[in-house]
Design a protein around this ligand. Structure first.
Ligand code: SF4
Length: 470
């Protein structure tokens, strides 16, 4: 366990990756260790934090036992995510007991949700910082080094960290996240994000394009534009020109035809035909959309305040496939939301049957303190019913995923090589435009990481395509 440099733990998505920092941490006399939980936005924030700390003379370490500062970037989306963080803090407690000078800080959504209460609940924590207050970290660390417990959970209407160059963590040197906006103005009743990440604000388009150019010059060949709801990106530049998401996509696509562009997450009510046509116009904008539906029943969607109906969502999927017939599609689904009936659950299954998603993130409803749903509705669907409905959703989706991957056998895809496959160093792995992982033998070809290869698919599992270079 001590070998971790920067650990990404996505308990729901079970992702883990490691990568060394470019420079030698031993050139720094102070060392920090950081772990990120939850969504890509949190991961991207940890790269901002690493940059701020580096400015302060902190180097990263693999070994949290030698770190003078240990940070956990937390997620609050479900009770389970918070419990994972509490368990992890106990691991650090045993280290801190032997090294009293070591500081422990919690960042992210759980820090924002609990605020100073975190210090009362978890005595070993020295610093609590919310997602909009990372610039204040150096000052908070100084105070904490002086023995103070410190908190800054102020949310901002302006902060986008646009001027801070992220330090790439866990990087394969090929793909990178680029945050384009922060916060969310939607008020889905089950969601904590508006309370933990504040109001929506879009980052300066020029700083986004410059970051993508810099990444391309440094050998990266794919960027994922990140936001809670990227479709509502809206920036007015110095000339008074309005930059909407379709325009931003085009500006990034024009950096280089060799730079692939992805984005996450979309909202069904805001994704426009302009975005779809821009995706279809540029080969380097990947034909893949993550479009959370959450439920297939209109009454439940209204209870969730998703602001669209079942029919609206189905029409959006139909429109996507009209403009990009091969577009990959994934979604999020919640089972057992407050007052959901068996018939309404069947509506979710039938919508999935009609949409046939390639992949989905599926959860049973977890009531979050402080959300609109927690204030307005009773969490009245019994746990065993939630669980059974979730199993039915997962079983259905696994069937659709298997079919979707099987249908790709015989096709040839342009794959961006991200690195060695996890199975064998003799194989490359990378994704096609539809965001499907492809594994294929290196053979005698002279490809490198960051190159594109045409791969013919010979077989498939429900989550991986297996092929050969052609
Ligand atoms: S769109 Fe809804 S679910 Fe997504 S972050 Fe915003 S409030 Fe949460």
């Amino acid at each position: 366990m001590a070998e971790v440099l920067h650990k990404v733990v996505n308990e729901e998505r079970q992702g883990e990756a490691f990568a060394p920092f470019a420079e030698d941490p031993n050139t720094y006399n102070k060392k920090f260790y950081i772990e990120s939980y939850g969504c890509q936005m949190n991961f991207s924030d940890s790269e901002i934090v690493a940059s701020i700390l580096q400015e302060q003379g902190f180097g990263a370490t693999r070994n949290f036992e030698e770190a003078s500062l240990v940070l956990i970037n937390t997620c609050s989306i479900r009770e389970k995510a918070e419990q994972t963080v509490r368990n992890r803090l106990q691991t650090f407690k045993s280290i801190k007991d032997n090294r009293p000078g070591m500081l422990i800080g919690v960042l992210g959504c759980m820090a924002e949700r609990l605020k100073a209460k975190f210090l009362e609940e978890e005595k070993l924590v020295d610093i609590v910082v919310g997602p909009d207050a990372y610039r204040s970290l150096p000052g908070l660390i100084n105070e904490a080094e002086g023995g103070q417990k410190t908190v800054n959970v102020l949310l901002s209407r302006e902060e986008t960290y646009a001027d801070i160059a992220p330090v790439r963590l866990d990087s394969n040197g090929v793909t990178a996240f680029v945050s384009i906006m922060r916060g969310c103005n939607n008020m889905c009743t089950f969601c904590v994000v508006p309370f933990t990440r504040g109001r929506e604000r879009s980052r300066d388009a020029v700083s986004i394009v410059n970051e993508c150019k810099d990444l391309f010059d440094r050998g990266y060949r794919e960027v994922t534009l990140l936001g809670q709801n990227v479709d509502s990106y809206h920036f007015v530049n110095a000339e008074g020109e309005e930059i909407t998401f379709d325009k931003l996509l085009e500006l990034v696509a024009l950096v280089s035809p060799l730079l692939r562009v992805r984005f996450s997450t979309s909202h069904p009510k805001d994704i426009t035909d302009d975005v779809l046509h821009t995706m279809a116009k540029y080969d380097n904008i990947c034909e893949y959309i993550h479009l959370p539906v959450q439920s297939g029943n209109t009454r439940i969607l209204q209870q969730m305040n998703r602001t669209y109906t079942r029919e609206w969502y189905l029409n959006k999927v139909k429109r996507i496939r009209e403009i990009m017939p091969d577009c990959g599609l994934s979604t999020d689904v919640i089972s057992g939301f407050c007052s959901e009936t068996e018939e309404e659950h069947q509506d979710t299954l039938s919508l999935m049957e009609m949409c046939r998603f390639d992949m989905a993130y599926m959860f049973s409803y977890s009531e979050r303190p402080g959300t609109l749903a927690a204030r307005r509705y009773e969490d009245d669907v019994p746990e065993d019913v939630k669980k059974r409905r979730l199993e039915e959703i997962i079983t259905l989706q696994n069937g659709h995923s298997r079919e979707s991957y099987k249908n790709d056998i015989g096709k040839t895809f342009k794959v961006l090589i991200e690195g060695n496959s996890k199975r064998s160093d003799a194989d490359w792995c990378g994704r096609n435009s539809q965001n499907k992982m492809v594994v294929f033998p290196k053979g005698s070809h002279n490809f490198q990481k960051g190159d594109y290869a045409n791969v013919k698919i010979n077989s498939a599992t429900s989550a991986t395509l297996i092929g050969e270079i052609v």
